[in-house]
Design a binder for this molecule. Structure first.
Ligand code: SF4
Ligand code: SF4
Length: 345
């Protein structure tokens, strides 16, 4: 696909036009409050922050909401369950490369037969505009995972080169949006050289890294199942689940039914769940397959570094650093554990 360039002023005008013309149900982007960043609805381009380090929650929430109804039903002789798979059209602006890679994993998980219609319809109705992460957060190690940049997962990808953005066009849908709403020109060799330069400079800003190539992680995990590292790290775990709730690659959910007070109808909904919570692996007989903190901690590290990779050929951790930022006792970041396991192996 081609590379374009658009001035920052023209990009702001493009966002304002998208908001005003109402072709899409909502225009969502990265906003800021009290020094933190989050994805939310934009009412004007001035609210958009594209030089952020990381958002509190990943943009996964647009495709896999924290809680969603999947079936409605009537009570009685003919319950008539009705599947619910609805989505509004969205333009999502400012997604970092590691979150795009995380969404590719989520899509791989949810498109495995039988494909999940809820995620699929949301994906099909969302235009994604990415932006390169030039100021990584202090816990990010996405460069070590190979996700400081990405060549896939977006319709348009922006790189801040000063007064302008280089815009990589990823899909026909992105090209169409840019042609109809933006005033972009073909990128010059100078623009592209500047893009390479700012990307290169950003690599020097990562404070966290793996001490081994990322593709060695599964082998290290295979050799260290009984390592004391898991017991020592998990000793202070609060079992709060925060590391999972903020993670862009965590895909597990719980399902519950609820019935209206009138008792004539109800809904089945799913909500995010966390393998770091005490009852996650508890089954009907009362047995809990991961009753202690150590086994839950070990499971999460294997899930992130090995299980998802083996099943879907995509890493279960993209190195975004959110878990490291969220963990009150500073034990959640996979890179820290993998480095200790490497040392011990
Ligand atoms: S495990 Fe942590 S660093 Fe890895 S993707 Fe999840 S939140 Fe980000
Ligand atoms: S590792 Fe940290 S964030 Fe995760 S459950 Fe334990 S204390 Fe909570």
């Amino acid at each position: 696909m081609e590379d374009k360039v658009i001035s920052k002023a023209d990009f702001s005008s493009m966002v304002d036009r998208l908001i005003q013309e109402g072709e899409y149900d909502s225009i969502e982007g990265v906003k800021t409050k009290d020094g933190k960043y989050f994805f939310g609805s934009l009412t004007n381009s001035g609210e958009l922050c594209l030089d952020y380090d990381v958002t509190l929650l990943p943009p996964k929430k647009y495709f896999l909401p924290q809680r969603e109804t999947v079936i409605t039903f009537r009570q009685g002789e003919r319950p008539a369950p009705e599947p619910v798979a609805e989505a509004s059209s969205v333009v999502l602006i400012g997604v970092h490369p590691y979150d795009l890679k995380a969404m590719e994993l989520c899509e791989a998980v949810y498109s495995a037969p039988p494909a999940d219609p809820n995620l699929m319809i949301r994906k099909s109705k969302t235009v994604v505009i990415g932006v390169d992460c030039l100021n990584p957060n202090p816990q990010s190690f996405s460069a070590s995972m190979g996700f400081a940049t990405t060549e896939s997962g977006y319709d348009l990808m922006l790189t801040d080169i000063g007064d302008s953005y280089v815009v990589s066009v990823g899909t026909d849908r992105g090209a169409d949006l840019l042609a109809r709403y933006g005033r972009a020109a073909d990128a010059t060799a100078t623009n592209l050289a500047r893009r390479d330069e700012v990307r290169e400079m950003s690599l020097g800003r990562y404070e966290k890294s793996l001490s081994m190539p990322a593709d060695e992680i599964p082998a290290i995990l295979n050799e260290t199942w009984d390592s004391r590292v898991f017991a020592e790290k998990s000793e202070v775990c609060l079992s709060c689940g925060s590391c999972v709730m903020v993670c862009p690659t965590c895909v597990c959910f719980d399902v519950e039914d609820t019935v209206a007070l009138s008792l004539d109808s109800g809904e089945r909904y799913r909500k995010w769940d966390s393998c770091m919570l005490t009852d996650f692996a508890k089954v009907a007989t009362g047995e809990n397959f991961r009753e202690d903190r150590e086994s839950r901690f070990r499971h999460r590290m294997h899930r992130k570094g090995k299980y998802l990779l083996e099943r879907y050929d995509k890493p279960g951790c993209v190195g975004c650093g959110r878990c490291g930022l969220a963990c009150l006792v500073d034990i959640a970041l996979p890179a820290d554990t993998y480095n200790l396991l490497k040392e011990a192996s």
